[in-house]
Ligand binder design. Structure first.
Ligand code: GLU
Length: 321
């Protein structure tokens, strides 16, 4: 006991005599996704804006690459990350304890704002002949890494279509940063990614091999969209990627920025402030951000309650009552 006490006292003394700045800085981490995706840019961009003002608010922000939505939500829940980017469907499930979160809800999950739309995207080698999701049966498919929202949503689509993993000749679980090369090297016929457009991953896939965006439609998808508020029908516009001049019909979610009720109000307030006080700059940091509007960012795709720090800033701006 006395040993522990003196050890504690010792560390307190070291802290007290350390540089003043080190004591004032508070480190925050934002969970993102693979480096060729858009979440990574969301996190890096937010941190860049926050870190410009560290001397004023004391926050120092980092945004490491992670496994994606579900990994981010779980890391926030465990207290390992301060904030993170997550698909609106997985935000909904985590908050409400449904789907993969059945029996394990995260009621302290809080939303901050929504970001860009993320179409459910499948890309197939032209030589595979696949043009619709159903035609993936019998093919080699990269379904994504466990922990990604993308993989989770892929499983939802499979079930809705009455298909299963055993319908594929091969199932691979490569991360986004690895899957485009695997498509180019003919290790798989198709890759999947729920992601904002345009992005580096699909750009790489379509420029290394002749590949087509695949149509994801039909009754099962109509039903998914009708029954679930976090899904919407979307079209990936033609002309974004080599060899894909046609529009591609699919459905999608929104990327959202989330945290926990345990994170102090002031911390979230300062992060939100940094983004919206520099909003034009933020929008320029990725083409998928070009069409963002504060109005929709604070109202759509958010099923968990707004964090108090975010609500405080939106109230100050007169965006909410
Ligand atoms: N929506 C993807 C996921 O949660 C990540 C997309 C990205 O990194 O831009 O797995």
């Amino acid at each position: 006991m006395s040993l522990m006490k003196s050890a504690l006292l010792g560390s307190a003394l070291v802290l007290a005599s350390g540089p003043v700045l080190a004591q004032q800085e508070q480190f925050i981490t934002i969970g993102t996704g693979g480096q060729t995706g858009v979440y990574y840019v969301v996190g890096q961009s937010i941190c860049r804006l926050v870190n410009r003002e560290t001397s004023e608010h004391g926050l120092r922000c980092t945004a490491p690459s992670t496994g994606g939505s579900i990994a981010n939500i779980n890391a926030i829940k465990a207290g390992d990350m301060t904030m993170g980017v997550a698909q609106s469907d997985w935000q909904f499930h985590a908050y409400n304890g449904t789907s993969d979160y059945e029996g394990d809800p995260f009621p302290e999950l809080r939303s901050i704002f929504a970001v860009h739309p993320e179409p459910f995207t499948v890309v197939a080698r032209a030589d595979s002949g696949v043009t619709t999701f159903e035609e993936l049966a019998g093919k080699r498919v990269n379904v994504g890494n466990p922990g990604s929202g993308s993989r989770g949503t892929f499983e939802v689509v499979l079930e809705a279509k009455g298909m299963s993993m055993s319908d594929f000749a091969l199932v691979s679980e490569l991360r986004p940063a690895e899957q485009s090369a695997a498509l180019g090297d003919n290790q798989v016929d198709a890759i999947s990614y729920t992601v904002g457009h345009p992005n580096g991953s699909i750009q790489e896939a379509t420029s290394t091999v002749d590949a087509r965006l695949v149509t994801v439609a039909g009754e099962a998808i109509d039903r998914l969209v009708e029954e679930n508020p976090y899904y919407a029908k979307v079209t990936i516009p033609g002309g974004m990627y080599a060899g894909n001049d046609q529009d591609t019909e699919t459905f999608g979610v929104l990327a959202t920025f989330v945290t926990s009720a345990d994170v102090p109000e002031e911390t979230v307030y300062q992060v939100v402030r940094a983004v919206f006080e520099n909003f034009d700059r933020f929008k320029q940091l990725h083409p998928a951000f070009e069409t963002l509007e504060p109005e929709t960012m604070i109202s759509e795709g958010l099923s968990a309650p707004l964090h108090d720090g975010a609500a405080r800033y939106y109230r100050e701006r007169g965006w909410i009552d």
